[in-house]
Design a protein. Structure first.
Length: 160
């Protein structure tokens, strides 16, 4: 947007209230006195170009919430995909080992789904040993523990 404005000899300026356009001369913003000294045709051309730029800016600003939402959705989907891949291998191996025990398979399915749905505390933990609050825990403890001695820890799988 800035380049498009500058190509027309108009500056895009960020103000406390948002954005504004101002005519430029020799890459410097014109003072109101200099602008008033321009002939009427030149002033009108600057006003016309400014209106065009304002319309373009408005169209762009309207799109920001959609772009932000799309970015957030893509980031969430990528995090889920990476988490599924990271968790999938060890869970698949455990499913193979315990394939004949329905209760273990069900538990592993629940663990996988829970880790994928609640990956944020694990990401914030960064591999440290601290436990972090989680608002979406099914065990009522409200805690998810990160790594301890290289293994993911849950409230339900602590050593006794």
């Amino acid at each position: 947007m800035r380049r498009a404005a500058e190509a027309k000899g108009i500056a895009l300026i960020r103000t406390p209230m948002g954005f504004a356009f101002a005519p430029m001369r020799d890459r410097e913003v014109m003072t109101p006195d200099v602008f008033q000294k321009l002939d009427e045709a030149e002033q009108e051309e600057i006003r016309r170009q400014t209106r065009e730029l304002e319309a373009m800016l408005q169209e762009t600003l309207v799109q920001f919430p959609r772009w932000e939402r799309e970015h957030r959705d893509k980031a969430r989907a990528l995090t889920e995909e990476v988490t599924r891949q990271a968790v999938g291998h060890p869970i698949t191996e455990l499913r193979r080992i315990f394939s004949d025990i329905d209760a273990v398979r069900g538990y592993l399915d629940a663990v996988e789904a829970d880790v994928v749905a609640n990956v944020e505390p694990f990401l914030r933990a960064g591999g440290g040993g601290a436990c972090h609050k989680s608002s979406a825990r099914g065990d009522g403890s409200g805690r998810v523990c990160a790594r301890e001695h290289g293994r993911w820890r849950y409230p339900g799988n602590r050593r006794r």
